[in-house]
Write a new protein. Structure first.
Length: 157
């Protein structure tokens, strides 16, 4: 439990530094917020999977940032070029990740992939809204699941 708590503390604090102002004066607030997040997480879900791995986070972060840029570019391009093809669809994606934080993290991260949005997470299935359907979109969702599994140190079944 201590290892899980420390893992979550480091993950949330690093996330704070990325999203907020990384000035040293703000570190105390970030550490306090991350600590409260860990306490709540462990009180609400004490027996679930371990937290994200720092090495996993170091490899996930560049992917996450690149996909965020690609997703923003894709949406901007589609908004400014009405002639681009749209073929909206819903994809029912069977998840291999265990129930818990990794699934929720994947669902939230999915919105940053180009043309995708996590519409519903129910049981073993994630419903994904796609702007353009096809095998490429499904492959991106599969890749995200694999990367989230590595981030949390999980083996996919």
């Amino acid at each position: 439990m201590l290892r899980t708590g420390l893992s979550w503390l480091a993950f949330l604090f690093i996330l704070w530094l990325i999203l907020a102002d990384p000035r040293p004066g703000a570190w105390a607030v970030g550490l306090l917020a991350a600590g409260l997040g860990v306490v709540l997480r462990l009180r609400l879900h004490p027996d679930t999977e371990p937290g994200p791995r720092l090495l996993g986070f170091a490899t996930f972060l560049p992917y996450f940032l690149w996909q965020s840029v690609r997703g923003g570019w894709d949406v901007s391009r589609r908004a400014l070029t009405p002639g681009l093809p749209l073929d909206p669809d819903l994809l029912s994606f069977p998840l291999s990740l265990p129930p818990g934080p990794s699934r929720v993290f994947m669902t939230n991260s999915l919105s940053l992939l180009p043309g995708t949005f996590g519409a519903e997470l129910k049981d073993q299935t994630l419903t994904v809204h796609l702007l353009v359907s096809g095998a490429e979109a499904e492959a991106r969702v599969e890749e995200l699941e694999e990367r989230v599994a590595r981030l949390f140190g999980l083996e996919l079944s």
